[in-house]
Design a protein. Structure first.
Length: 254
């Protein structure tokens, strides 16, 4: 059924092919509603980057345009892409201890095959007071319905560990992973990484991203609808723990 709504640019492409990331970059630029969503996420992340010494690293930069918001941003991805400065694995980062003031990402954490290794590397590379800032899928009643029935990525809320078999860089995923690590298993997180504090989690966007079609489907609403849908979602804020599909997550390196 979803094939009917697939965008022509990505319909027959292998999700793990770097060309798919290139086409997704094009889609984000062309789909007005989707570009506004990414712009809002980038603005929020930028506003929470700590001041002071250190560089800012973005994971999974290939399809986005975050470098327009943070001058000197270190863009990276797991394979060579247009405008990428570093090809690297987030579980083994080529940066000196304490050299980064922030690690930022949008829709990336749930693709990391070994979240434990990533968090360890992030702790090593971040200076005290540094932050991990991310926007990720989140588990709610509404999102569980959408992600398990209307989305192509794996969604396993019952996973017993923070890792999964390494396959392709993008097909390898568990959309429930951010919720598992930062909500369900938060006590375990604090025990494993006592120097990493979950500073805030804000749940949001029950409809906006879905109506934009994301990076795979056709857009269901024009860009001009952004403010109206955003206003509706603001009214629904008290119920986001049941309705939200994404979370803005801030982790502090103490």
């Amino acid at each position: 059924m979803l094939k009917i709504f697939m965008h022509p640019l990505t319909r027959n492409l292998d999700i793990d092919n770097p060309e798919t990331t290139l086409f997704r970059k094009q889609l984000i630029q062309e789909k007005a509603l989707l570009k506004k969503i990414y712009g809002e996420w980038y603005s929020w992340i930028s506003s929470h980057v700590p001041a002071g010494d250190g560089r800012v690293l973005e994971l999974g930069s290939g399809a986005g345009f975050f470098e327009e918001f943070i001058p000197g941003l270190i863009t990276s991805d797991v394979f060579p892409c247009l405008d990428i400065r570093v090809v690297m694995d987030g579980c083994c980062m080529p940066f000196a201890d304490g050299s980064l003031k922030a690690i930022v990402m949008v829709d990336v954490f749930h693709h990391l095959p070994d979240a434990e290794s990533f968090l360890g590397e992030a702790m090593r590379c971040l200076r005290p007071g540094g932050k991990i800032l991310m926007v990720e899928p989140w588990v709610t009643s509404w999102s569980s319905f959408v992600y398990s029935r209307l989305h192509h990525e794996p969604f396993d809320v019952h996973a017993t560990c923070w890792s999964f078999p390494r396959k392709g860089p993008l097909s390898c995923a568990n959309s429930a992973l951010p919720w598992i690590v930062f909500e369900r298993d938060r006590v375990q997180l604090q025990m494993k990484h006592p120097g990493l504090l979950v500073e805030s989690i804000d749940i949001e966007k029950p409809f906006l991203y879905l109506l934009s079609g994301g990076v795979s489907l056709r857009s269901f609403m024009p860009g001009s609808s952004f403010k109206f849908i955003r206003a509706v979602e603001s009214i629904l804020m008290p119920w986001m723990r049941h309705l939200g599909m994404f979370a803005r997550i801030v982790l502090l390196r103490t």
